[in-house]
Design a protein around this ligand. Structure first.
Ligand code: NAD
Length: 480
């Protein structure tokens, strides 16, 4: 076992967690904080031996864990949620330090949600085996049996939230899991192993193998003993994962990027729309479901822009650990270069900068909230996900045009539509995305489907959709 890292007084293991114990490996990678680039420590990189050990442990644990009823698994998962709660402050500090997520968001949003992710699916698994279909001829006892070993791969922008969002239903359904955390923000996933251990999850039921995507992740998803891959991340990675898993005919759930429209109709509440649009800069725009393409009716565009400017000027850019900060750092120097490059090329291509467009004085890895207008629909900045604090603004003169612009990218994750309620709902229904908020943003429920269409993803997670994915569904037919 390697000595724990000390992050703001919180001890966290840099090791893997396999078969119920901490496992070190010789290969390591350096981890830096996006807040001030300080070295947080070195984290283990899983290679062939660690991947093999994790798969063997998960395979060994599967028969007993999957043979339990959901009611028998429930107390384990209740304790898992409790142990997450017991470590709430540590989770908040770790993810704020390694991912740059706002501490306030961790405290009030992410940690309670992580607990709920485990609890809610454990509860909702209770009726999984009790969904018969009655016909004149027969009773069909539809079973939802655990599929086997599940590999969970998550991105750096929301490691704790997204890992528990997948682990909750996967474990509740009786699968055994191997989590491959994001290498730019691996610490809360490591702490999750401590919580699972303290909760008494049997060895091998939940494993964590740290490491890079190209090495550790690629080894895991290519293994034919895996039953499911649940992935959230970028489109290029999804293609690689789908190819590797496809070779073994292993189902993948792919939650990918977005370039979601934020439509402001002529009859919208402008102040409400502008206040919500300013939220798109939160977490420095590193939010998959952010509405980053502002589509505004031409008659209200000037008034909306002025209202948005007033909101943006009030945004507090700074250290994510400070109360009151609203826009934190960009995760990595490479990501900052990428964001800056998008903006430079857009301006060179004729776009007008309404505000921002440069690094922020607060620190080396901070970028100013930015708005570009005079952008062409087929331009790079409109068509590609920036994943930074950069919005574009286009105008339209009719609902038809707004819908055409909204649907005119390869992405289809989410959307926002502001306007008179029924008018906005009618427009929202014609936008081709996995979900869309009317006169609101970010309302989520664990029972509701979540996922994207087109290049934003394959499959749905949430509620029954998660169980459909993580289970082998079987029809046991009893004739009358
Ligand atoms: P990424 O695709 O680079 O990495 C995601 C994860 O995949 C990481 O853990 C990485 O190590 C792993 N990985 C990389 N190559 C791999 C391979 N060949 N095999 C197996 N695993 C591999 O994405 P990122 O930069 O970490 O995250 C940002 C992206 O995630 C954005 O596109 C964002 O929109 C998306 N995202 C989507 C959602 C959603 O719910 N739809 C939520 C959050 C983020």
């Amino acid at each position: 076992m390697t000595a724990a890292l000390d992050i703001a007084g919180i001890a966290v293991s840099p090791d893997h967690y396999i078969d119920g114990r901490r496992v070190p490996s010789a290969e390591r990678f350096a981890l830096h904080s996006p807040i001030d680039q300080r070295l947080l420590g070195e984290v283990c990189e899983g290679g062939e031996a660690e991947v093999e050990a994790a798969i063997a442990a998960a395979a060994k644990a599967f028969p007993a864990w999957s043979a339990m009823t959901a009611a028998e698994r429930l107390p384990y998962l209740e304790r898992f949620a409790e142990e997450i709660g017991r470590r709430a402050e540590a989770f908040c500090q770790l993810e704020s330090n390694d991912a740059g997520v706002l501490l306030s968001r961790m405290q009030h949003g992410v940690v309670p949600r992580a607990m709920l992710n485990i609890r809610w699916f454990a509860q909702h698994a209770l009726d999984l085996q009790n969904r018969p279909i009655e016909t004149e001829q027969a009773t069909h006892r539809v079973r939802h049996d655990a599929a086997g070993i599940v590999v969970v791969i998550t991105p750096w922008n929301a490691p704790l939230m997204l890992s528990t969002w997948k682990l909750g239903p996967a474990l509740a359904a009786g699968n055994t899991c191997i989590l491959k955390p994001p290498e730019w923000a691996p610490l809360t996933c490591s702490l999750l192993a401590d919580a699972a251990h303290a909760a008494g999850l049997p060895p091998g039921v939940f494993n964590v193998v740290q490491g890079s995507g190209a090495n550790t992740g690629a080894r895991l998803v290519a293994d034919p003993r895996i039953a499911r891959v649940s992935f959230t991340g970028s489109v290029p990675t999804a293609r690689r994962i789908a190819q590797a898993a496809g070779a073994n005919l292993v189902p993948c759930s792919l939650e990918l990027g977005g370039k979601s429209p934020f439509i402001v109709l002529e009859d919208a509440d402008l102040d409400g729309a502008a206040a919500t649009a300013a939220l798109m800069y939160r977490n420095a725009g590193q939010v998959c479901l952010a509405g980053t393409r502002l589509l505004v009716h031409e008659r209200i565009a000037d008034a909306f822009t002025a209202a948005l400017r007033a909101n943006v000027q009030k945004l507090n850019v700074g250290d994510p650990r400070e109360a009151g900060t609203e826009v934190g750092p960009i995760i990595h120097p490479r990501q900052l270069e990428r964001v800056a490059g998008f903006v430079e090329r857009a301006v060179a291509d004729g776009a007008t900068l309404l505000w921002g467009g440069a690094r922020h004085a607060f620190g080396a890895q901070y970028y100013q909230p930015t708005l570009l207008t005079d952008v062409k629909q087929d331009s790079e900045i409109v068509q590609n996900e920036v994943f930074g604090p950069v919005l574009t603004l286009q105008t339209f003169s009719s609902d038809e045009e707004a819908i055409a612009l909204a649907n005119g990218t390869d992405y289809g994750l989410g959307g926002v539509c502001y306007g008179e309620t029924e008018h906005a709902a009618a427009v929202a229904e014609r936008v081709r995305t996995g979900f869309i908020w009317v006169n609101s943003f970010g309302i989520r429920d664990l029972a509701a489907p979540f996922g994207g269409i087109k290049r934003s993803g394959v499959g749905r997670e949430g509620g029954d959709w998660s169980f459909e994915f993580f289970c082998d569904v079987k029809d046991v037919v009893l004739p009358r």
